[in-house]
Design a binder for this molecule. Structure first.
Ligand SMILES: Cc1cc2nc3c(=O)[nH]c(=O)nc-3n(C[C@H](O)[C@H](O)[C@H](O)COP(=O)(O)OP(=O)(O)OC[C@H]3O[C@@H](n4cnc5c(N)ncnc54)[C@H](O)[C@@H]3O)c2cc1C
Length: 476
């Protein structure tokens, strides 16, 4: 992994460098500069994944583009290890670092919506919730993720999947322009016809190329959806997986059906007889005409025998926040992910066996089906790449007690090892953990050389190294 340890500096050197950066920025910086002794530092240093309780030497909370430029220029001179943070939801913990600099964009959260052109300008520190709230005032949506406290920048730059992916494409497919500060402190705009290589690489390439300070987004009209949820216990879980696999292959773009294999939560809305038992949780979202929803929901549920079903029309804002409390800040999380072209019976056997030994009530095997509008874009059109393997699994361990780290991490690794032979090569960078640097070329496959060329051009010294890192080519 590129990293905390690749940096040429040890902790004492990093501390000296942070003092230098602090002194250099102090007179010109409009935002906040937080050293470990400053009030507000403790809160500012935490990120969502409690596995990464690191102590940066300086947090530069930028107020505007000039602050970002100044922080990058000064940091690049000292070669300090630097992390970039929007929402702090990196599963891999990339948005913090030990002893180094954090370029924090959380003060840059402006969203400007133009209802006439159905476009928005979104600052680089926005959370998904800030975009949804602003766009919904005009009855518009931007397709993004399913938890509103996730940062928009990290999500969009990696690709961005969510409830609207099948209807409107990935988040990155709906970006019309990026404005970013590159490693030499310049401001660059990338659009389809200007800096095309960079525009291509930013749609899926993560934080490798610079700090994005503004996204120009394409929006779509939508105010509400129909949601149905069902819980299916054994002995019908295999049937759910088969039914989901077969139905989604020809489903309309308006239907998104996500599955979670997990222990049924101890929640009031879950029937008492199911709580704590292994279940397949189905969440179906219909974005088309509401009267058509039930035809598909009934077909799905008739085949997979849920014990508990619930359906209703809900506002888009409610949909976007309904999972917020399931993924709280500060718990410990570990993930591994991959694609399948088809879910064969052996793969389903592995899922079922793993579900029977799941080590925590919050851990889940997430299954989602891409296709739809996202699947219509050719593999080489964006860095995100091959969309031809529509089944995505994300194995997400979620626990509280640090002494149980090994148990949860090894459960995920073992399951991943078993699933791996049936997976098609490829991985979504935003669902990778921090120990998978060897899989980064796999994420880009035939696009790898172009990614390296763009990285070498815009960040030859690998200043932006805390990400699923594309290393620049060394000078001959
Ligand atoms: C609770 C939760 C729910 C999620 N749900 C979804 C989902 O529905 N769909 C989905 O696709 N993914 C989802 N993810 C994964 C998510 O896309 C990634 O974790 C993403 O990195 C989060 O973005 P962030 O801005 O919060 O991350 P941060 O931790 O702030 O940043 C992560 C990395 O992104 C880069 N970065 C951040 N901001 C910038 C910027 N302005 N310019 C350049 N680079 C930047 C940096 O490399 C940084 O290390 C979820 C993650 C969590 C924790």
């Amino acid at each position: 992994m590129p990293s905390q340890n690749d940096s040429p500096q040890d902790n004492r050197e990093r501390d000296l460098a942070c003092r230098e950066i602090y002194a250099a920025l102090r007179g010109q910086f409009k935002g906040d500069l937080l050293r470990p002794s400053n009030q507000g530092y403790e809160e500012a240093r935490t990120i969502w994944n409690g596995m990464f309780a690191r102590q940066p030497g300086l947090i530069a909370r930028c107020a505007d583009v000039r602050d970002v430029q100044a922080a990058i220029r000064v940091a690049a001179e000292t070669r300090i290890l630097s992390a970039v943070r929007c929402g702090g939801h990196s599963l891999a913990g990339f948005s913090t670092c030990e002893g180094g600099l954090v370029i924090d964009l959380s003060r840059m959260r402006e969203v400007k919506v133009d209802p006439n052109s159905q476009q928005a300008r979104v600052a680089g520190g926005c959370l998904l919730g800030s975009i949804d709230t602003a766009t919904q005032k005009e009855g518009l949506v931007f397709p993004s993720g399913v938890v509103s406290h996730t940062g928009a920048s990290g999500l969009i730059l990696g690709g961005g999947t969510g409830w609207l992916t099948r209807r409107f494409g990935l988040s990155c497919d709906n970006v019309e322009a990026f404005t970013l500060v590159t490693a030499d402190g310049s401001v660059v705009r990338a659009i389809a016809k200007e800096n095309e290589d960079l525009f291509w690489a930013l749609r899926g390439g993560g934080g490798n190329f610079g700090v994005v300070t503004e996204f120009e987004l394409k929006l779509h009209p939508l105010k509400s959806v129909v949601l149905a949820e069902g819980l299916t216990p054994e002995p019908n879980i295999r049937q759910v997986l088969e039914c989901w696999r077969d139905l989604m292959a020809d489903a309309p773009f308006d239907l998104k059906w996500n599955l979670d294999l997990r222990l049924a939560p101890q929640k009031q809305r879950v029937p008492a007889q199911l709580r704590g038992r292994p279940v397949a949780g189905s969440s179906l979202v219909w974005t088309g005409a509401p009267e058509d929803a039930h035809r598909y929901f009934e077909r799905a549920f008739a085949l997979c025998h849920p014990d508990s079903v619930y359906s209703r029309t809900m506002s888009f804002l409610e949909l976007q926040t309904m999972a917020d409390s399931d993924f709280p800040h500060g718990r410990r999380y570990y993930t591994k992910s991959g694609y399948f072209k088809y879910l064969d019976n052996v793969t389903i056997d592995h899922f079922l066996a793993a579900l029977a030994t799941i080590p925590s009530p919050e851990t889940q095997i997430e299954l989602t089906y891409l296709g739809g509008a996202a699947g219509q874009i050719a593999a080489n059109e964006t860095a995100f790449g091959d969309r031809g393997s529509p089944f995505i699994t994300n194995l997400l361990a979620n626990w509280q007690d640090p002494s149980a780290d090994r148990l949860h991490i090894s459960w995920i690794r073992l399951l991943f090892q078993k699933l791996r032979p049936a997976m098609t090569p490829g991985v979504y960078v935003n669902f990778m953990s921090g120990d998978e640097q060897d899989r980064v070329p796999e994420a880009y496959r035939q696009r790898w050389e172009r990614m390296v060329a763009v990285k070498t051009h815009y960040d030859p010294g690998n200043f932006f190294c805390l990400n699923q890192n594309v290393r620049p080519q060394k000078k001959a």
